[in-house]
Design a protein around this ligand. Structure first.
Ligand code: SAH
Ligand code: SF4
Ligand code: F3S
Length: 485
């Protein structure tokens, strides 16, 4: 999940103090939890579920690790370097534990699931290991630790969606929130560890999703990002829960869910991540085109521009299929931004195959891309079937070529917006100056502008006057008020 706005592993550290929603659990007791999250948006979203479960168990979150009674790290396994970062971070906890022998250290998330109890053997200071489907069990696991044992629960579930848990929102500025709509993944992309760490795909009851979004809106949030590894295969069978309805209304698919969430309020922006090229339907594209508050932005990971490589990756589509989906987006949604993920140096990738990725990038001209060197992951199809045979320096050189090309494309795409007047949701102060606000346009570009009369959490119109490859600079258009996003 992306820098907090799509489905790219951002390897960023996030922690936060609890901001309680009106109906969120109120922490009882004075135990302090320090929670650090790595990886994709799904992990950040899960951390909010964990904070909620532990608030009910008497833990308040703290930003200050020195104050903590419990330190939890929500981890990522997507590439080897994501795991190495966590290992390094664990060594930094040694001195903490020396100063406070009572301190409990737990590992959550994908590394916990992948390595299971081996983590306890490999990392001596770890007291607790809990996989992504085991968070309801955290209070019990902590009790076990309290009796001097080390505790592990890495059971994966076919049903768990934490649908009834109101997440405690951690440090998101109170404007934009992640809402998990499904868990797990049933695809078997040959490079990917996620099906092993997150288990089988399951969708969450749409009524609980809409209810969560309604609550968020009531609490001042103005944007939700619906999260799943492959949102296009979202499917909820209403009849399975005993509801009596017409047969043709028996299921809710992703397009229908989008429309349900968009119906919460025209002032609530709806985003989602991640779409899968093999499953993205025109029905979803029409839902976006027909609803002003469903944002004109699609993250559609291509991984490679070469059909043979895509076959080895087991992605379930060809280059032609992908380009057809791009064409459909442009045809159905005028002015839709598209971003992607690309892997360089996958098993057996020839120079020619790499060139077809470069050519595809030139053809599509993505607004943004998340680009990675292939990292072999244990137990995956690729590890068992293919040799990781592209030398490290070749992977690196190809990645540099991809990044350089993309930086040019991002700049070009931003330059084309200069002169436009765009509707921006004001997220909060910009990082650079207290006199400036930042916010996103529908296409997900970050726009920075002088505050003037703008108010956080409102929609404003901004004229784009300048840009870099990463940010648009604008000027508030003060006499134009937005009635809806
Ligand atoms: N579910 C999303 C992606 C989840 S992982 C999807 O299907 O697109 C996010 C991105 O990490 C992937 O899109 C891929 O580009 C990258 N990635 C996954 N496994 C990787 C690996 N073994 N090495 C390098 N990059 C990887
Ligand atoms: Fe991994 Fe593929 Fe599932 Fe995405 S769709 S999480 S890349 S297996
Ligand atoms: Fe996300 Fe990393 Fe797990 S990308 S699903 S936290 S392996």
């Amino acid at each position: 999940m992306q820098p907090i706005n799509s489905n790219e592993p951002l390897d960023e550290i996030r922690q936060g103090e609890v901001t309680l929603l009106e109906n969120g659990p109120t922490p009882r007791g004075d135990k302090k939890l320090y929670l650090e999250s790595y990886g994709c948006q799904m992990n950040f979203s899960d951390s909010e579920v964990v904070a909620s479960i532990l608030a009910t168990d008497g833990y308040q979150t703290t930003r200050n690790i020195e104050d903590a009674d419990l330190v939890l790290i929500n981890t990522c396994s997507i590439r080897d370097n994501a795991e190495q970062r966590v290992r390094k971070r664990l060594t930094e906890f040694k001195s903490l534990k020396k100063n406070n022998p009572e301190l409990v250290v737990g590992i959550l998330g994908c590394m916990a699931e992948r390595l299971k109890k081996n983590l306890l053997e490999e990392e001596h200071l770890v007291d607790l290991v809990a996989g992504p489907d085991a968070y309801r069990d955290l209070p019990n696991l902590l009790n076990e630790v309290g009796t001097g044992q080390r505790a592990v629960n890495v059971l994966l579930s076919r049903e768990e969606t934490y649908a009834d848990i109101t997440p405690v929102r951690l440090d998101q500025g109170g404007i934009s929130a992640f809402v998990t709509i499904m868990r797990g993944c049933d695809n078997m992309c040959s490079f990917c560890v996620v099906p092993f760490t997150r288990g089988r795909e399951r969708s969450r009851n749409p009524h609980t999703i809409v209810e969560e979004c309604r609550e968020l809106f009531k609490n001042g949030y103005r944007e939700v990002t619906l999260l799943g590894q492959n949102v296009d295969s979202y499917r909820w069978n209403l009849t399975s829960k005993g509801a009596i309805i017409e047969p043709n209304e028996a299921t809710v698919n992703f397009a229908q869910l989008l429309i349900m969430v968009a119906g919460v309020s025209p002032e609530l922006r709806v985003r989602f991540s991640t779409s899968h090229p093999k499953d993205m339907t025109d029905e979803v594209l029409h839902a976006i085109a027909d609803h002003h508050n469903i944002c004109n932005y699609i993250h559609l990971p291509v991984q490679s521009g070469n059909s043979q490589v895509l076959e080895r990756m087991n992605r379930g589509y060809s280059r032609e299929w992908y380009l057809n989906r791009i064409e459909a987006i442009h045809r159905i949604i005028p002015n839709c931004a598209i971003s992607t993920d690309i892997i360089s140096g996958f098993c057996g990738e020839t120079e020619e195959e790499h060139q077809s990725t470069i050519e595809l990038m030139k053809e599509v001209c993505f607004d943004y891309a998340y680009m990675f060197k292939y990292s072999e992951r244990p137990k995956t199809l690729a590890e068992r079937k293919f040799e990781d045979d592209v030398p490290e320096e070749v992977k690196g050189r190809r990645l540099t070529e991809i990044i350089e090309l993309q930086t040019g494309h991002s700049l070009l795409k931003n330059q084309r917006q200069i002169g436009q007047i765009q509707e921006i949701l004001v997220e909060g102060p910009s990082r650079r100056s207290d006199d400036q606000f930042c916010g996103r346009n529908s296409q997900n570009s970050m726009v920075v502008f002088d505050k003037k009369t703008a108010v956080k959490g409102s929609y404003v119109f901004v004229k784009i006057v300048d840009c870099t490859s990463a940010t648009l600079m604008g000027e508030l258009v003060e006499n134009k008020n937005s009635e809806h996003p």
